[in-house]
Design a protein around this ligand. Structure first.
Ligand code: HEC
Length: 144
């Protein structure tokens, strides 16, 4: 999908939050899914596609400048032996997971980026958590 056709991250954050507030808990868990995945998709195009590619295949425009090539993120499960390693993916997105291109190199650790952008203290931490979970859920849906 072309980047300009992806709904804005801000709009999707609001939609995800609105869905969460408007619905009773059991319904919320289900109806939140599409909004969460849409947010994850938009965040991915915005923050990750430069290296990992718009299709997550590892061929983003910045990929050739890196010493370690970005992995194909549609094959996370395959590389992990079949099951999607959700906790590991959350850890990598939140803390960098010892990936130089995410943390100790020129690239920031995403958990911190999202919390800095999200606001002070607990507000930022909650926003960051939502963004990380959305990215994790989106990645889970594109495994093949
Ligand atoms: C500056 C380029 C760059 C950007 C931007 C980037 N990544 Fe990465 N990512 C990498 C590289 C390089 C690796 C592999 C490093 C290694 O294996 O040591 C990687 C690895 C990963 C892995 C581990 C995959 C596996 O199977 O082990 C995940 C998950 C991941 N990235 C998610 C993301 C997400 C989500 C974003 C956006 C929020 C993102 N990346 C943004 C360069 C980038």
């Amino acid at each position: 999908m072309a980047p300009h056709s992806v709904p804005s991250v801000a709009r999707l954050r609001v939609a995800a939050l609105a869905a969460m507030l408007a619905l009773p808990m059991s319904a919320a868990a289900q109806d939140l899914e599409p909004a969460t995945i849409a947010l994850g998709h938009a965040l991915f195009q915005d923050r990750c596609a430069s290296c990992h590619g718009t299709d997550a295949g590892g061929n983003g425009p910045a990929a050739s400048t890196l010493s370690v090539p970005p992995p194909d993120l549609t094959e996370i499960s395959k590389r992990a032996g079949g099951a999607f390693p959700a906790p590991r993916v959350v850890e990598i997105i939140t803390y960098g997971g010892n990936i130089a291109a995410h943390g100790s190199g020129p690239m920031p650790v995403w958990g911190k980026v999202f919390s800095d952008e999200g606001g002070r203290g607990k507000v930022g931490a909650a926003a960051s958590r939502r963004s990380v979970i959305a990215l994790k859920r989106y990645l889970e849906t594109i495994q093949r």
